[in-house]
Design a protein around this ligand. Structure first.
Ligand code: AMP
Length: 222
């Protein structure tokens, strides 16, 4: 069977469940999951130059400069694993980033096939982010009440101690929502205008949301 690369943008406010759902979609459709947030957190944890530059922006809930994130994206996109296509999680976040991604994909004779928007009401986003606990080793995401780890404190998969993300505290959560509305929400119109936006209710269980996302992928032919 001949398959072509598939490029899927997952859009949505912070706390909408993009990380969890992007991972599942990538697995289901055999695509590379590119999370710029995860890549940045890894640079911060390793204390690299881009990590040191990014850290303060991230902890305040602001966007990291385009050049820093753009370099990381480029490296991922040119990796062997990306040749089958990618699920972009947390990228693009600005119109400039959207144009950069279009340009990089065009060089590879590819384009964004579909943009899936996870829609979750504001009140629920705040509750979700404040209760979120993440595994610093494997990136798995839990929630204190909705999806607690089996032993209450450590990752079910790899056993590492779960942590509250540095930007999941009150001040940063509010700033991230503000930045999302100002800089990222306009991308919905961009992709709607191209006829590739699919709006998906991001409420309910992770399985329900995954099912809706798969429905949203139906229009895409591989
Ligand atoms: P996320 O894990 O996607 O919520 O990202 C966490 C933080 O990383 C964001 O609040 C930003 O500070 C930074 N970040 C992630 N992706 C981007 C991006 N595409 N552009 C700028 N900053 C980003």
């Amino acid at each position: 069977m001949v398959t072509r690369a598939l490029d899927v943008v997952l859009l949505g406010p912070p706390g909408a469940g993009k990380g969890t759902q992007a991972r599942r979609l990538a697995e289901a459709f055999v695509l590379l999951h590119i999370s710029t947030g995860d890549l940045l957190r890894d640079e911060v944890a390793r204390g690299t130059a881009p990590g040191l530059e990014a850290k303060a922006f991230m902890n305040r809930g602001e966007l990291v400069p385009d050049e820093v994130v753009g370099r990381m994206l480029l490296r991922q996109l040119h990796s062997q694993q990306a040749s089958v296509g990618c699920v972009y999680d947390g990228y693009p976040r600005t119109t400039a980033q959207a144009h950069l991604l279009d340009g990089l994909l065009a060089e590879l004779n590819r384009r964004i096939d579909v943009a899936l928007f996870l829609d979750v009401p504001d009140e629920e986003l705040v509750t979700r982010m404040a209760g979120r606990r993440s595994c610093p080793a494997c990136g798995s995401v839990y929630h204190l009440t909705a999806h607690p780890p089996k032993d209450g404190a450590n990752c079910d998969g790899c056993g590492s101690g779960l942590v509250l993300r540095d930007d999941d505290h009150d001040g940063a959560i509010r700033e991230r929502l503000r930045v999302y509305k100002a800089a990222t929400a306009p991308l919905l119109d961009l992709y709607r205008g191209r006829g590739i936006l699919r709006e998906i209710a991001g409420t309910g269980t992770p399985d329900q949301v995954h099912g809706r996302l798969r429905d949203g992928m139906r229009s895409v032919k591989r």
